[in-house]
Design a protein around this ligand. Sequence first.
Ligand code: WTA
Length: 656
Amino acid sequence: MSMQSSPEIEALFSERRDFPPPADFAAQSNARPDIYEQADRDFEGFWAAEAERKLSWVQKWTTVLDWQLPYAKWFVGGKLNVAYNCVDRHVENGLGSKVAYYWEGEPGDTRTLTYADLQREVNKCANALLELGVRTGDRVGIYMPMIPELPIAMLACAKIGAPHVVVFGGFSAEALQGRMVDAEAKLVITADGGNRRGKVVDLKASADEAVAGAPTVEHMLVVQRTGHEVAMTAGRDVWWHDIVDRQSDQCEPVAVDSEHLLYLLHTSGTTAKPKGVMHTTAGYLLGIATTHEYIFDIKPDDIYWCAADIGWVTGHSYIVYGPLANATTSILYEGAPDHPAPDRWWSIIEKYKVNILYCAPTAIRSFMKHGDEWPAKHDLSSLRLLGSVGEPINPEAWLWYRRAIGGDRTPVVDTWWQTETGMILITPLPGITTLRPGSATRPFPGVGAKVVDAMGNEVAPGSGGGYLVLTRPWPAMLRGVYKDPERYQQTYWSRYPGMYFTGDGCKIDADGYYWLLGRVDDVMNVAGHRISTIEVESALVDHPAVAEAAVVAKNDPVTGQAIFAFVILRSSAQPSDALAGELREHVGHKIGPIARPKQIMFTPELPKTRSGKIMRRLLRDIAEQRPLGDVTTLADSGIVETIREKAQSSQAEQLV
Ligand code: WTA
């Protein structure tokens, strides 16, 4: 395992540019300064108080936390329903006419859904699921574009206690199939297609290909979004408008146990097979509702926009469940940030007078590249808070975001968390914390975190880097890896006894600020998307021309990291640009376009240790054109030089 640290963060690590909370922001902040001390004194008590205040229970819990390492149960004995908490109770409380989502399609069409609209649609969809044979506990796959039916489908599942398994619409048929097989899904909800950069993404065709190899799937429920011609399989496929629209708009929420499975979400780990991360009901909902309220300082009249895709955990927690639990008004946007022009987001912010924007550093860096003139065309003065998530944010991008988007006025909260953590864990509280660009600052109240060295000893503040670990259970934590307890134990709980291993490198400065340094394992982070090196390698060797492949992440000014693939061809194949292009497409087909290598280099050999392990560290050095690290354990040290020379002589053509 090696420590990858961005040189930019390294260089700026000691540089102090602090931003204390503006006085007027601090004065109206949801979180009060004593929240840290209060939560630390009794973290179970802290969460219990929030659970009473924030959630509606059908039956109250008896035990706050049952912690049998590594398995946590929160709010044991409690019963509740997530959809009721996110929708119905708000309507009962007189918020039926409050807007839940302002939706904007990429072509410019719009829809507004109030909480009452959402309630009706969720109930009709839930009744359709029941008619199609879905029962409490059955898994439902969801493979959709960013249209209102996506959160509606998720909430409908939650309403009847059927765990959903959302698969990002940019994933391939094969990726969808693997997840549906793993989850043994009974039904898949999809759409004919979605709009992306002016083109139609043909989701139905991919769903057909996936379901052909997922024998547990009995039906497909298909939303008509684009209206292009798609094949419908008689007896299996049903149009949403044929079955959902004619249902009753009344549906009783099913009260489930606090620990009932709410959803599975697959994420990349260090093997080729993605892990089905399990999130349950009460603790998850509480964790995201609480963090959403304090970190985004949500007020009843705020217009909030988390510009992620619901297919990732950020969308599950901070577009769907967190904001809805808090009765927030959100923006939902279907398409690409730069379509038809690089000011699409800024025009949306101006149009809806958005107050809070939450997005990924990759988006910020690409807007920065487009230039200040695009945001400058719009009135962004409604913004009062900005957030960042998904990858380390370099101080330069942080400062640009605050200045060019936040008008030199808004706090910027850099929030660290993972699919596994369910909720934000390391973050500023904007009314309390003095911000330091590039740092996610400190653990959320009640959260236990430490930085440790390879031996598991705590690294003192101000004294260098180590690994971020979590020392206390938290309510939204994953409850396991689906059908694979061994992997759960192994991946997260075996490296340091009693502590959760995050896989992230981290430093704590002398003031106790956390600086996240990126993954220390074989997980890459490309434009905020998690992809494992081994997944891409398996996709490459699946191509008949490829004998062997090794994949590493290379630093990239926009996407944070980019995929660099070293490929050894079979003797029957000849290296060419055309073949490189074909291999990229092959990976795109196996996993999804986000996993296509940016650069492919054909090489006769790979550097290996005497025991036959590929030395990725050296490959990273080659990809970065850095001086080579230690090569003494290499079986044939000449190989590295050969590859490196090749890399230097043909750097230009390899950009495919
Ligand atoms: C990285 C996304 C630095 C980290 C919510 C983590 C970050 C992985 C930050 C999880 C941040 C996320 N600063 N790195 N603010 N937020 N990461 O599961 O490496 O898609 O382990 O969850 O993204 O990615 P995932």
